[in-house]
Unconditional design. Structure first.
Length: 135
């Protein structure tokens, strides 16, 4: 008698979750630098339509483009893929995510001045606000 071959059913391997680009992070990083989608497209050597699709989550960039994004924004691919919440290696979380680059620049310049100068600047800004009738 010959041996009977039995087919054993192997359990299906658990697939790795599909990694998707966090398009919102690309948008946030791009806007923080003050560049348009068309400018980012030129840097990445892709069409502006591709940048729009990456940012809106319609498609993922190829690996070489993902690497270019990480390098350009001085971040990690893990951050761009949502695997990490730290935007820059060794970086602290952004202490002022709500401030624009212009507001941060004004604060930086203001901190370099004396307290008396800071009060004068505040007075000028309040006078400008009052002239326009703002609250």
């Amino acid at each position: 008698g010959g041996e009977v071959e039995t087919n054993t059913v192997q359990p299906a391997k658990t697939p790795h979750p599909i990694m998707t680009l966090r398009g919102d992070r690309i948008t946030q990083l791009r806007k923080k630098l003050g560049i348009r989608q068309t400018q980012l497209a030129e840097i990445l050597e892709v069409s502006p339509n591709h940048v729009s699709k990456y940012e809106n989550g319609y498609t993922n960039p190829p690996l070489d483009t993902l690497a270019k994004l990480a390098e350009f924004f001085n971040t990690t691919t893990d951050y761009l893929l949502g695997l990490s919440n730290i935007p820059h290696p060794g970086a602290e979380p952004d202490p002022h995510p709500d401030l624009t680059p212009t507001e941060l620049a004004v604060l930086k310049l203001l901190r370099e001045r004396s307290q008396a100068d800071q009060k004068r600047v505040l007075g000028v800004l309040e006078a400008m606000r009052d002239m326009r009738g703002e609250d």
